[in-house]
Design a protein around this ligand. Structure first.
Ligand code: GLN
Length: 448
């Protein structure tokens, strides 16, 4: 009830697309009964969770913040949701986001933008803006988002909270609406590392419904998070000296690295070499995958269909898709279709795959010598509403520090460490080897 009241009071933030009040209260009452009867109803008993509206919950509407899925009800729950429920979590509602998780500001939602609770003239980041604000404003305890190129870490950074993107394949994607399948990963927002670690523990692991979910055993993320030792950190010189990075933030990172050294850690600068190519490679590959994934929304199988009558099949598809998809989604379908087309395939798609391979090798090489890589999460603090809407390229370029982890599959976390003189928070991004979430969480907990 406390959370439901707060959600009501903070309606203007537009974080929730729908609140499952009746169902949530029913879950809470049932749990209360079980606890009174002496049962132990699970690791997350009574924990209030919000889910990004790209994650399916049986019997509930799921729209990907798109008009094209309006009115569509999910027939099954995502594996991550099943696992939360099995441990007693209460799913309180579905959270606003950019349409089909495409965006960096949450201004691309068909259901209106989300406001940053710290400064209502600024965006919360995206695409999981609603999930970030819900935790930031205390409208749930933890939330789920999805991170294809930074959509959990970037809004966490803008909102001053913790955001984790696990290793690709750590969490099943079954029931996660696909944007770019070889990049997508469910991520977790929380206000501290222990909460995020606990949720990760519950929702990770193999899944018969997702062959890309890793078979690796899930380690104990509840290990002593306070455990500290001298670490060997690398920072990427080309990232820190990139001219897009806010100079005050650069100084913040530099003095933080000095502090780490004075505490006995090693912090060394290394070159990544391919940083200028990562955004381009990311947008070529993800739009290519998206153009294929989104071909299923044809007006027949799901949600919206054009009301116009007497169309032949091709025109019916065209009309339904033209009316159902928003501008940014259309832009990406066009771009993705173009880079996959005969004659351009090798110049764009194949080339981008080669860049991806080089990035993977470089990442492995650096992480063979270092425990973790330290990076900014975003080159600037939260944008003003409307600031980047007319310039999609400028918006894409701001993804420079986050797309790296998705191109290479490694786990990454953003922790809120700093405050800018403009009053906004910004974070430190930490990256470790694949499936090394244990060290990632320990390091994050110790720096926070
Ligand atoms: N901003 C990136 C994009 O628009 C990230 C999206 C995401 O991670 N879902 O593609």
């Amino acid at each position: 009830r406390v959370y439901l009241d707060r959600i009501e009071q903070q309606r203007h933030l537009n974080a929730y697309l729908e609140v499952f009040d009746a169902r949530a209260l029913e879950q809470a009452r049932a749990l209360d009964g079980r606890i009174r009867a002496g049962e132990r109803p699970g690791k997350l008993a009574g924990v209030v969770v919000g889910i990004k509206d790209v994650i399916c919950y049986k019997g509930h509407e799921v729209t990907a913040a798109s008009k094209i899925l309006e009115g569509f009800t999910s027939l099954f729950s995502a594996t991550a949701v099943e696992r939360l429920l099995a441990e007693g979590a209460i799913i309180i509602g579905r959270l606003n986001c950019d349409e089909f998780a495409m965006g960096s500001t949450n201004e691309n939602s068909a259901y209106g933008k989300v406001l940053n609770a710290l400064d209502n003239t600024r965006v919360p980041g995206g695409s999981s803006g609603g999930s970030a604000v819900a935790v930031q404003a205390g409208l749930c305890q933890v939330s789920l988002g999805s991170d294809t190129g930074g959509s959990v870490r970037q809004p966490a950074d803008f909102c001053g909270i913790v955001g984790l993107k696990p290793t690709y394949g750590r969490i099943s994607r079954h029931g996660l609406i696909a944007y770019a399948s070889s990049f997508d990963q469910i991520g977790i927002f929380g206000s501290n590392i222990a909460d995020v670690a606990l949720v990760l523990q519950v929702i990770s692991g193999p899944d018969a419904y997702d062959s890309t979910a890793s078979q690796r055993e899930v380690p104990d993320y509840q290990m002593d998070l306070r455990h500290n030792k001298n670490r060997k950190f690398a920072y990427l010189k080309d990232a820190l000296h990139h001219n897009g990075l806010d100079p005050e933030m650069r100084e913040g990172y530099e003095s933080f690295f000095e502090q780490l050294k004075s505490e006995g850690h090693t912090v060394e600068g290394v070159n990544f070499d391919y940083l200028d190519y990562v955004v381009a490679a990311y947008y070529v590959l993800t739009t290519a995958e998206a153009s294929s994934n989104l071909s299923r929304y044809d007006g027949v199988k799901y949600g919206y269909r054009t009301p116009e009558k007497d169309l032949d099949l091709a025109d019916f598809y065209k009309k339904s898709r033209s009316e159902g998809f928003g501008k940014e989604v259309k832009r990406r379908i066009l771009l993705g279709t173009f880079v996959l087309s005969a004659g351009y395939y090798d110049a764009y798609f194949t080339k981008a795959q080669q860049v991806r391979r080089l990035c993977v090798e470089k990442m492995q090489q650096i992480l063979a010598d270092y425990d973790a890589i330290l990076l900014p999460t975003v080159p600037a603090t939260a944008f003003r509403i409307g600031e980047k809407t007319d310039d999609p390229i400028a918006m894409y370029l701001a993804d420079i520090y986050t797309v790296l982890a998705n191109l290479t599959g490694v786990p990454a976390i953003s922790v809120p460490l700093f405050r800018h003189s403009n009053g906004m928070p910004y974070g430190l991004q930490i990256i470790t080897r694949e499936f090394d979430e244990e060290n990632l969480l320990q390091i994050a907990n110790n720096v926070l």
